[in-house]
Design a protein around this ligand. Structure first.
Ligand code: BES
Ligand code: ZN
Length: 648
């Protein structure tokens, strides 16, 4: 790989053969004529060399040649056409001699590309790859002023965007739009270099119908919007450089309620009361996270509670976590998901996986950190229960990945030729967290916490690879202690399949008691006679996960009657119950199953339930097809895309 350093723009301009304002005839460059645009190095350009980036197989960009530094969006949301259209203006840093810049796009209609002054630039879209989309190669403007103005429009089927009809919202009166960039979907709505190692600042002006409001993962400059022709415009600024998968937008009938000095919640007006109540402790979450691993560096921390089709539990968009409404249990029992997304403000958003092969660096660190926040706020027993649920998830992820020798049970994963979604398993989350828990146990909490805090400081706003993490750990924690390195087993954890034997398995006393009750039920004790009083959501989840795989129809009816499982309002408990019901072909639960699958589109719930149905012969396949026909139009492309391959 040729490593080029970046030159200051003025120098780059000379080498690129641009015109020179007021230059002398002794230089080989031509003087600027009346129609030339003199080079205008923007004042923010850092005059130092940029770090070379590792190759990302999921991006066409060649960031060591030319790299997007800042994005300015000026877009209008058209709900009738289901398109965003307008301009993306990109500020590019270029290596000496670079003539063009390669961007990522997928399904975008590119209308024109010009320089800052409106002069056309040469551009070409390359061959389409079904996973990566199409490279957009643009000639760099001369004069060292590497600003490109791309006029474009998104496709109505852009995978990052879901356009909801009024019926798909809580209020039923207004349409709604939201984006989801991770992992490689930002290129379906913004033509930029869509690689997590290529950090970019951004600003935006979003024009929406007058009755709607826009929010972004950025500082809101115009809370009330500004009247413009055909609607209202909202302006935003993100002054910290972020990977493009964290650029996010939502538009809808949104209300806001502050929850603390720097925290608050956005959602549809009819959801505001419930959401504010569920998230009442949000400010304390941020305080707890800061006490653990250092200052929160993003200003505000707000949560947007989305309509039920949001395909994920949560998404850590900076300053504005996007969350599924399925966490609104009414008793704050599912808020660990918010602890998780908040923790990403350090692991993921500050220190970011350089490529998706290092997804575990985002998710494993975050899962570990999430649990520490939960421990700080709710005590060690709650944290132990959550960690135990994660441990069980890890065991089944290992089975799903082909057992302990399966290639995809490795933390550093090989995604060649695959969509990065393939790496989105509990291996990254739970094996990653188990790795960090194991280091904690070996070196002691005090030393580990000091290390982790310094890790976030040292690498803030930088990309991270597995290799760099191991090097950092060796330099700053292990410091040549061969015995310590052996006890941790660094290389094995990072690069080998399976779960190493020294993994610290979480222990929960409460769960041991829950398992005893599940055993008793399996051996014939009636449900009503089990000792379940005072059980938390996590104990119910564990109970359902501990029951024998095969249950009789009488046992299922007994459970449902005694505990009202089919009527559960808690999404995690209901999901656990429906999983059991499908596995045992328990027909009386079918109405609840259909209701659940057609009323929310969170992939973590939807995909396994359809997969479980498909495993139940003609009986299950018939119900899967029937229910999916009703549910699919309401799902986000991310969810329907992964259910399509299951329900054929
Ligand atoms: N960043 C992820 C969501 C994600 C990962 C989206 C990969 C697209 C590609 C987010 O932080 C997350 O992990 N969400 C989880 C919840 C969490 C509590 C485990 C989810 O959505 O289920
Ligand atoms: Zn996460």
């Amino acid at each position: 790989m040729t490593v080029r350093t970046f030159l200051p723009l003025a120098a780059a301009a000379l080498l690129a053969g641009a015109c020179v304002p007021g230059g002398t005839r002794s230089t080989p460059q031509p003087l600027c004529g009346p129609n030339d645009v003199p080079p205008q190095p923007s004042p923010e350009v850092p005059p130092m060399a940029l770090q070379p980036l590792v190759r990302d197989i999921h991006s066409f960009a060649q960031p060591n040649e030319a790299r997007v530094r800042h994005v300015v969006l000026d877009l209008r949301a058209d709900f009738a056409a289901k398109t965003l259209s307008g301009t993306a203006t990109l500020d590019v840093d270029a290596a000496a001699g670079a003539d063009d810049v390669v961007l990522d796009t997928r399904g975008l209609a590119i209308h024109s590309v010009t320089d800052r002054a409106g002069q056309p630039l040469r551009w070409a879209l390359g061959a389409a790859d079904s996973i990566l989309g199409q490279p957009l190669t643009v000639q760099l403007p001369g004069g060292g002023d590497h600003v490109l103005v791309i006029r474009y429009q998104t496709s109505p089927t852009a995978s990052a965007l879901q356009w909801l009809t009024p019926e798909q919202t809580a209020g039923k009166r207004h349409p709604y739009l939201f984006s989801q960039g991770q992992a490689i979907l930002t290129r379906t709505w913004i033509p930029t270099q869509d690689s997590p190692g290529i950090r970019q600042t951004y600003s935006a002006r979003i024009t929406v119908p007058a009755e709607l409001k826009a929010v972004m993962s950025a500082e809101m400059l115009t809370p009330e919007g500004e009247p413009v022709s055909g609607g209202r415009a909202f302006r935003f600024r993100m002054g910290e450089a972020v990977p493009p998968y964290l650029i996010a937008l939502a538009v809808g009938d949104l209300a806001f309620r502050p929850l603390g000095p720097r925290t608050g919640v956005y959602t549809e007006p009819g959801m505001l009361e419930r959401s504010a109540n569920e998230l009442a402790e949000l400010e304390k979450f941020v305080d707890a996270a800061e006490s653990l691993y250092g200052p929160y560096r993003w200003g505000r921390y707000d949560v947007l509670v989305l309509p039920p089709s949001f395909p994920f539990g949560g998404m850590e968009n900076p300053r504005l976590t996007f969350a599924t409404p399925t966490i609104l249990a009414g008793d704050r029992s599912l808020v660990s998901l918010i602890a998780h997304e908040l923790a990403h403000s350090w692991s993921g958003n500050l220190v970011t996986n350089a490529t998706w092969a290092g997804f575990w660096l985002n998710e494993g660190f975050t899962t570990y950190f999430e649990n520490r926040i939960m421990e700080a706020l709710y005590g060690p027993e709650r944290a132990a229960m959550l960690a135990s649920l994660g441990w069980r998830g890890l065991q089944s992820a290992v089975v799903d990945a082909g057992g302990p020798t399966g290639a995809d049970t490795r933390l550093h994963i090989d995604l060649a030729g695959r969509d990065p979604d393939a790496g989105m398993t509990d291996i990254a989350y739970e094996k990653g967290a188990a790795f960090l828990r194991t280091i904690e146990q070996v070196v002691g909490r005090e030393r580990w916490d000091a290390y982790l805090r310094s890790y976030f400081d040292r690498h803030a706003f930088q990309p991270m690879t597995t290799e760099t993490f191991l090097a950092d750990l060796r330099a700053n924690l292990i410091r040549g202690d061969a015995e310590l390195e052996r006890r941790i087993g660094l290389e094995q954890w990072a690069y080998q399949p399976g779960v190493p034997a020294n993994a610290v398995q979480p222990q929960s006393g409460a769960f041991a008691r829950v398992e005893a009750q599940a055993r008793a039920f399996g051996q014939g004790t009636a449900a009503a006679r089990l000792q379940t009083s005072g059980w938390s959501t996590q104990e119910w989840q564990h109970f359902l996960g501990s029951l024998p795989q095969r249950l009789t129809r009488a046992q299922l009816a007994d459970l449902d009657r005694a505990f009202g499982l089919s009527r559960q309002g808690n999404s995690e408990i209901l999901f656990g119950w429906l999983t059991i019901a499908v596995r045992n072909r328990y027909e009386p639960a079918l109405p609840a199953l259909e209701q659940f699958l057609t009323s929310q589109g969170r992939r973590k719930f939807v995909r396994p339930l359809f997969a479980a149905l498909m495993e139940q012969g003609e009986w299950g396949r018939g119900h899967a097809r029937r229910i999916y026909a009703i549910a699919r139009p309401g799902y986000h492309p991310v969810t329907s895309g992964s259910v399509d391959v299951i329900v054929k």
